[in-house]
Write a new protein. Structure first.
Length: 144
């Protein structure tokens, strides 16, 4: 029988892993940090995103091309609306305000989710609610 406290502790560690992944990689615009958080055989379940850690590094490098890395902050740049960890799966969801098509000075609420499976303390699989037809614009990339 599994010890419920061990399960709770592992879920908390997995939850923190996802938070730290976002803080160190996306919020800090640092593709080099991916190796600390993602398995080499990282499996991507979105057909428009590359598999493997090297594929993710290339994607993030392109995403932040021409931008300098930022210092890692103690909290997420965009706080999550929901983060749930159960066993080896973590789901994080948040509001990702998007520019209004009719008036780009205004935004509308857009909610996205990412789900990860953790293996041996690293992110091993990823699912997302973001699709290739209408990828959201990152708020940092749309500021004048």
């Amino acid at each position: 029988m599994t010890n419920p406290l061990q399960s709770t502790d592992q879920a908390a560690r997995n939850r923190q892993l996802v938070i730290d992944f976002y803080r160190h990689v996306f919020d800090a615009r640092n593709p080099a940090a991916i190796k600390d958080f993602v398995t080499e055989d990282y499996q991507q379940h979105n057909s428009h995103l590359p598999n493997g850690r090297a594929g993710l590094e290339a994607l993030v490098t392109e995403m932040f091309r021409g931008l300098s890395p930022l210092p890692v902050k103690p909290d997420l740049l965009m706080p999550s609306t929901l983060i749930v960890a159960d066993g080896d799966v973590v789901v994080i969801a948040g509001e990702f305000p998007q520019p209004e098509p009719e008036d780009p000075t205004r935004t509308y609420p857009f909610f996205v989710f990412d789900a990860y499976r953790v293996r041996d303390g690293k992110l091993a699989e990823h699912w997302s609610g973001i699709n290739k037809i209408a990828p959201p614009k990152h708020p940092e990339m749309t500021k004048p």
